[in-house]
Design a protein around this ligand. Structure first.
Ligand code: DC
Length: 232
């Protein structure tokens, strides 16, 4: 299992997809779970600070993630029940509310076993904020992918414009900084690198370069573990 943690829009999902392709594993982007809870809550008028109602939604979450079946730039198919919500999870409304939603203890407790079940023994690249620290502290290889707020805002702006969302650099940067503050400042599982994580900065580097570096490290680790195992 490979864990990739880091702040929003650092390029984790893109790098994870390229890495998984090289290693022949699949990607589990755990942010989709928190986004799905938010997507279900907002139309019901449930506020991002309503911990009790959000916890109920998280406990009942009927989410499926599978390899993409539509060629529209998506990295994964996400369904809630029978409904394809892949792009609905990525709107600015969800971006604005999801960090607060994800800070509630009840929501995190409900989603933890879902993540552990999928991670258990599987050849998977898991992407999130607390994979190396909380969800899978035993992960064989842990990466923490970082980038400056400006670089991340530039990337997020391109993503949003591709989706046809009208916005500008200044407001994307402001939103990202607000999410960073939530993710790193919350009491529960705050965003931080695991002690044994390898920290990689993605400023000025392509996703492909980073995926190649990660694949090399992961393979070396795997070889070392196998060698140690065979001597034991
Ligand atoms: O990676 P993302 O932007 O899709 O994540 C959405 C939110 O979910 C993010 O603001 C923090 C939260 N999150 C989390 O708390 N723990 C995770 N493992 C993944 C995401």
């Amino acid at each position: 299992m490979i864990a990739i943690d880091g702040p929003g829009a650092a390029g984790k999902s893109t790098v994870a997809r390229l890495l998984a392709r090289r290693l022949g594993t699949f990607v589990f982007d755990t942010g989709a779970l928190y986004r799905a809870v938010t997507l279900l809550a907002l139309p019901q008028g449930i506020a991002p600070n309503d911990a009790a109602a959000l916890t109920v939604i998280a406990n009942d979450l009927d989410i499926t993630m599978a390899p993409p079946t539509v060629d529209d730039g998506r990295q994964v198919n996400v369904q809630l029940g029978d409904e394809d919500v892949t792009w609905a999870l990525r709107t600015p409304e969800i971006d604005a509310a999801v960090s607060e939603v994800s800070a509630h203890q009840g929501v995190r407790a409900a989603l933890l076993p879902v993540q552990r079940r999928i991670a258990d023994g599987a050849a998977v690249v898991m992407v999130g904020r607390d994979i190396g620290t909380v969800v899978a502290p035993d992960a064989g290889t842990k990466f923490y992918l970082d980038a400056s707020a400006e670089e991340r805002a530039r990337r997020r702006l391109v993503d949003l414009q591709r989706q046809g969302v009208e916005t500008d650099f200044a407001s994307v940067l402001k939103d990202l900084r607000a999410r960073d503050a939530w993710d790193a400042g919350r009491d529960l599982s705050p965003l931080r690198p695991a002690e044994d994580a390898i920290i990689i900065h993605s400023d000025g580097r392509t996703a492909e370069e980073i995926a190649v570096e990660m694949a090399t490290i992961a393979k070396e680790r795997w070889a070392a573990l196998t060698a140690r195992g065979s001597r034991a």
